[in-house]
Design a protein around this ligand. Structure first.
Ligand code: DGJ
Length: 735
């Protein structure tokens, strides 16, 4: 048995944490182990020189050693050993039937790729493992890093061509995560559509493959690139083992969850193979997106909290100390395209008076953009609407003490625009074929160097000439006819990759040149939310659906994978239709205060009493925002499956403040509201309860122990329809 020589690595990052990641390689160089937070991840080189998973789960003792693994045993001639092995990364070849991590076609027609271990290297806080084809000069380098706070493993892979001739990569994953053998796994995933994003779905994993994917050119909302897998029915929000993960890619992607013939589950994540091809020249290296995988034995809630921690502490701009989200005002739902200097100034004054900290002008300020049929692509200030340019409005917004934000949709063009008339060849298209429009627009081919230069150029000019603090970056349709006729046919399918690289490249350049600039990723709602864009986006727009009841469900699903501190949630007038349901301002605010609060209502229609109420609730939000945006989230009552209640709890990082939202959608049959047993408190400490909105039931103590709130619980006094309450519990410092 191989001995392990520990190399303890501590990252010098300014954080309160004292955690470190321990990475070890066995003395024969064939077993690799990572330990971080509560997780251990172990893999090794098997007797076929393949890389094979050994263990992934709860952290083990440093003394626990593992022998190098043995490849799976074949079963009859129909199940070769290669298909019974838990590969970390495997090429399509050598009889593989499982989902491959990489598939290559060589110029001579050979498509057989058999990768074997070559070498490994521990460097800084990452591990690199090199594999090579048995005969061809194809090198594959697997990269592993483990997040010290969460134990989440980040994997990505480089594919290098040293064959002397180009070859075509037809499938490329970051790698495969393998689960311990069990036949009772369930997959939880996020699914939806425009204005109905973030539904939590649950499916038993049985023999065969479940594919979560986007073939749309961007992340999409039909599936989000996130998975969570639990083991048995006893798993719930706070209990049970969960394997989870997410892909950092904003283009077409694929996560396949495959149960092989021997009931082993493999989760492979990377680029979508559909219509994909990347011709890699000799001497070039292709880098896959990163695939993150984590483990929690605190149920789906525990998995979510680890994802949130990862995003806030190591992914988003400014991590591990990103700025808290300011309270934002956006006039889109109030004005739509009818923006002008006087109207926006008037709204800005009202927004500032209720406590907004950022004013965002949405669509309609540029070109001949009076509706969605014209002007997109012409990024000059509309002279009729803003005769003096943007400066007077921006100065006004700044003088009111708010930041100024602007809406852009850089990757799109209306055919009725000067840009399209000058460059009809700049859009994705197949020559001689119709160009399908969505919202009267076409997709610019950002893979083209000239389109990249144009987009970066106009954004640079906009930012250089105006004091813009924030961009809302929108993207309002999926791809169709994804042709790139300017390149040789054998290179056209690389558009899926090159487009996204250029998208990230532009964001990176803008952020480097404008360090104070903040960016929101919006795609007609939540169609571009993933760990890839979050490296450049400070916040995201989860849905165009701002109905406060629908939002409870949408926000619930969103937080399975993404932090409430990234989730913009506007209070609007949506749903308040005369004769239909009417939601009180209090209910609407309480729904939106569960994320990063914004206001998107028509403030011109607010009465003085409503303005005062909005001002009070915004002030309340500012007092709890750090806890909501950075704290540990517990979904106490989930509104999934048409349930008519929702309750969330947030515990601040220092444990001193707890925030609880309790929402009642319908009080049918007068059932009492369930007692909310809180989580994450210190049993022995005392906590003072305050209802900042609504009430607790009579007899609720003003001060009680953590044990009381966790085991006896809190009873909100909620009756009727569309009612909500908000509470804080502040830790009482010992005298
Ligand atoms: C879609 C976005 O999601 C909305 O918030 C708004 O910005 C519109 N686009 C503007 O066209």
């Amino acid at each position: 048995m191989a001995a392990l020589f520990p190399l303890v690595l501590t990252r010098p990052v300014a954080s309160q944490s004292t955690q470190s990641v321990r990475m070890t390689v066995s003395d024969d160089g064939h077993v690799f182990r990572m330990d971080g937070a509560d997780v251990s991840y172990v893999f090794g080189v098997n007797n076929q020189q393949q890389l094979q998973t050994i263990y992934w789960g709860r952290r083990l003792a440093p003394e626990d050693h593992f022998p190098a693994p043995q490849s799976g045993r074949g079963y009859a001639s129909f199940d070769l050993p290669i298909n019974v092995t838990q590969h970390e990364f495997v090429g399509w070849g050598g009889g593989l039937y499982l989902e491959p991590d990489v598939k290559i076609t060589f110029p001579d027609g050979n498509r057989d790729l058999v990768l074997q271990f070559v070498s490994s290297k521990l460097e800084s806080d990452a591990l690199r493992v090199v594999m090579k084809d048995i005969s061809r000069e194809v090198y594959v380098t697997l990269h592993y890093a483990m997040d010290r706070e969460t134990g989440i493993v980040r994997r990505w892979t480089d594919i290098e061509n040293r064959t002397g001739a180009p070859f075509t990569i037809e499938q490329a994953a970051a790698g495969t995560f393998n689960l311990p053998r069990s036949a009772d796994y369930h997959l939880h995933f996020l699914s939806g559509r425009w204005a109905g994003e973030w539904n939590v779905r649950d499916e038993a994993i049985r023999g065969g493959k479940i594919v979560l994917e986007s073939r749309r050119g961007s992340t999409g909302s039909q599936n989000n690139p996130f998975f969570a897998i639990d083991r048995d029915v006893s798993t719930n929000q706070e209990q049970g083992e969960v394997y989870f993960g997410a892909l950092a890619w904003s283009g077409s992607w694929q996560i396949s969850v495959e149960q092989d013939a021997f009931q082993q589950v493999h989760v492979t994540g990377g680029l979508n193979a559909f219509d994909f091809g990347y011709r890699l020249k000799s001497g070039e290296t292709f880098e896959t997106p990163a695939f993150y995988g984590g483990f929690s034995d605190h149920g789906l809630g525990g998995a979510s909290r680890l994802m949130h921690r990862l995003e806030i502490d190591s992914i988003v701009p400014g991590a591990p100390h990103p700025r808290l989200r300011p309270v934002l005002y956006n006039s889109w739902e109030a004005t739509e395209f009818n923006v002008d200097e006087a109207g926006q100034m008037a709204l800005a004054e009202k927004a500032a008076s209720i406590g907004a900290e950022r004013f965002v002008m949405d669509d309609g300020w540029f070109g001949k953009r009076n509706n969605d049929s014209a002007g997109l692509g012409d990024w000059y200030v509309n002279p009729q609407k803003f005769p003096h340019g943007l400066k007077p409005l921006i100065d006004k917004v700044h003088s009111l003490g708010m930041q100024f934000g602007l809406w852009v949709e850089p990757e799109m063009v209306n055919p009725d625009s000067d840009l399209y008339r000058a460059h009809p060849d700049w859009v994705l298209n197949f020559p001689g074929r119709p160009r399908t429009e969505g919202r009267n627009q076409l997709v610019l081919n950002l893979a083209r160097p000239d389109v990249r230069a144009y987009v970066l150029g106009f954004l640079e000019k906009l930012l250089d000439e105006n004091q813009i603090d924030f961009l809302k970056w929108d993207y309002n349709r999926n791809w169709s006819e994804p042709g790139w006729p300017a390149v040789p046919p054998e290179d056209e399918k690389s558009v899926y990759y090159d487009y996204v690289r250029n998208f990230y490249g532009i964001l990176a350049e803008l952020r480097a040149k404008h360090p104070q600039l903040e960016i929101e990723s919006c795609s007609g709602g939540g169609s571009r939310v993933d760990l890839g864009v979050l490296r450049y986006a400070d916040q995201v727009w989860p849905s165009d659906n701002t109905n406060p009841v629908d939002r409870l469900l949408i926000q619930n699903g969103f937080t399975y994978a993404y932090s409430p501190g990234l989730m913009m949630a506007w209070v609007t007038d949506s749903g308040n239709v005369p004769g239909q349901a009417a939601y009180s301002l209090s209910f609407r605010f309480l729904s939106s205060m569960q994320g990063a609060l914004g206001v998107g209502a028509d403030l011109n229609k607010y009465t003085p009493a409503e303005m005062a109420e909005a001002k009070r609730l915004i002030a309340d939000y500012k007092a709890i925002r750090e806890t909501v945006q950075r704290g540990a989230l517990y979904r106490i009552l989930s509104p999934e499956n048409d349930r008519e209640r929702s309750a969330t709890e947030y515990v601040s990082r220092d444990g001193k403040q707890v925030v609880v939202f309790a929402m009642l959608i319908t009080g049918m049959e007068h059932y009492a509201y369930p007692t909310l047993k809180l989580h994450g408190l210190d049993e022995d400490a005392m906590y003072k309860l305050t209802a900042f909105e609504g009430n607790a039931e009579r007899g609720t103590p003003a001060v009680a122990s953590g044990a009381y709130w966790m085991h006896r619980g809190l009873d909100p006094a909620l009756y009727g329809n569309f009612q909500g309450a908000g509470f804080t519990l502040e830790k009482v410092e010992a005298q």
